[in-house]
Design a protein around this ligand. Structure first.
Ligand SMILES: Nc1ncnc2c1ncn2[C@@H]1O[C@H](COP(=O)(O)OP(=O)(O)OP(=O)(O)O)[C@@H](O)[C@H]1O
Ligand SMILES: [Mg+2]
Length: 385
């Protein structure tokens, strides 16, 4: 039987072996094992039922994947061929990553029902990316060009990544989640090739959504970037201009919590021309997020999610998720020390909340200052409030 815990245990074993190999400068073998560990964590996260486990395993998978890639891109010990030829290199180039390295192609298991609140954002997403897939003929009839790219922006931990995954699930498309960190290679020509590879893969799917998460890490303003980063942005612009959504059945989504840092050329019509602000959860959304996160845990009768929602203004969805986990840790810890296995009570939430401030207030301070500096208050009205 493959359970989450046995997969995770195997993954831990591989990761440990990989670290030892890395210490011994056996980079190629270390890289292979890091990749194996990442794959196993990824599988474990897919079948995990507990949200926290799921997220932890997914984070570990991402971390180990990045680790494997950093061994590759720093590949002083690899024998590298033809990296600077820049012309028509083959996919086996050491400098460009394989499809598997670059792309996490998956059918997401998060739907709109798993996202608390944000109803108007869900409707925006339906209009912008789901209906163009499901009501193609209507869009054509009225001469509406479907499928402009969408940039989701907003404070950290408020559901941007979740929303993108849910969108793919809702319209039944393959979800090509691009690891932005893995695109960037300092090898001449490799980063652009990686961008190209992503679009080629997407075109081979019957229906797909390409999702550039944390796009600020690859699409910074060209005036402030290094050469290779400029080339990545140029390639991205070229690829986006070349997408005919009607034929390609391909939509492009991106997310960032630093929208002001993105090259403005990416926001022109036909590219990421639609900006969707994903705000922190309101009262109803917070209650919904509490409910989602407490599902399946033993909860005492005195726990009132509406009251919890009322005292967590300005907390992000990720904060609430962490609060629930920490609150559950209190009776768990007691039981592990031999106490009675009691239910999670209101007092546990109060204890946790006393030691935890909302995480997004400082983001707003910085974001407002940056947006003012760039003079784009009207563009990012979500942030300015
Ligand atoms: N609206 C929501 N409903 C349910 N859970 C939420 C919601 N918003 C956030 N969460 C919880 O917070 C976690 C982080 O959300 P997500 O990764 O989508 O945030 P993000 O906006 O992409 O953050 P970042 O900018 O840091 O990448 C989710 O895994 C989930 O547990
Ligand atoms: Mg995210």
């Amino acid at each position: 039987m493959t359970s989450t815990s046995s997969l995770a245990a195997q993954a831990r074993g591989y990761a440990k072996a990989a670290r030892t190999l890395e210490d011994e400068n056996k980079y190629e073998r270390a890289r292979e094992l890091y990749l194996k560990a990442a794959k196993l964590y990824n599988e474990a996260s897919k079948i995990a039922t507990d949200k926290t486990d799921k997220n932890t395993q997914r984070d570990l998978a991402e971390h180990l994947l990045a680790k494997a890639q950093s061994l590759k891109s720093s590949g002083a010990h690899d024998s590298v061929s033809g990296i600077s030829s820049g012309s028509g290199g083959s996919d086996s180039d050491e400098s460009s990553l394989s499809k598997d390295d670059l792309i996490l192609k998956q059918i997401p298991n998060i739907g709109f029902d798993d996202i608390g609140g944000l109803e108007s954002v869900k409707e925006d997403i339906r209009k912008a990316i789901i209906y163009p897939f499901t009501h193609k003929d209507l869009y054509k009839m009225y001469g509406q060009k479907a499928g402009e790219g969408i940039l989701l922006y907003g404070p950290p931990g408020c559901g941007k990544t979740m929303m993108a995954k849910a969108a793919a699930k809702e319209c039944g498309a393959d979800f090509i989640s691009v690891k932005t960190s893995s695109i960037v290679s300092k090898w001449v020509g490799a980063s652009e090739k990686n961008v190209k590879q992503v679009f080629e893969t997407a075109r081979q799917c019957e229906k797909s959504i390409i999702f550039f998460d944390e796009i600020d890490s690859i699409a910074g303003r060209r005036s402030e970037s290094e050469d290779y980063a400029k080339r990545v942005v140029n390639e991205l612009l070229a690829q986006m201009d070349g997408v005919d959504t009607a034929d390609d059945n391909l939509l492009i989504l991106a997310a960032t919590n630093e929208p002001w840092a993105i090259d403005p050329a990416l926001r022109r019509p036909g590219r990421f021309s639609k900006l969707v602000f994903i705000p922190e959860p309101d009262l109803d959304a917070r209650a919904a997020i509490f409910k989602l996160n407490l599902k399946g845990r033993p909860i005492s009768d005195d726990v009132d999610v509406n009251r919890l929602a009322g005292i967590t203004e300005s907390y992000s969805g990720a904060d609430i998720s962490a609060i629930c986990k920490e609150a559950a840790d209190i009776p768990l810890g007691e039981a592990l020390r031999g106490g009675e296995a009691r239910k999670i009570a209101m007092k546990d939430f109060v204890t946790v909340l006393q030691g935890r401030k909302p995480s997004i207030l400082s983001w707003y301070v910085e974001a407002r200052a940056e947006v003012r500096k760039s003079g784009e208050e009207a563009v990012f009205e979500g942030i300015m409030g």
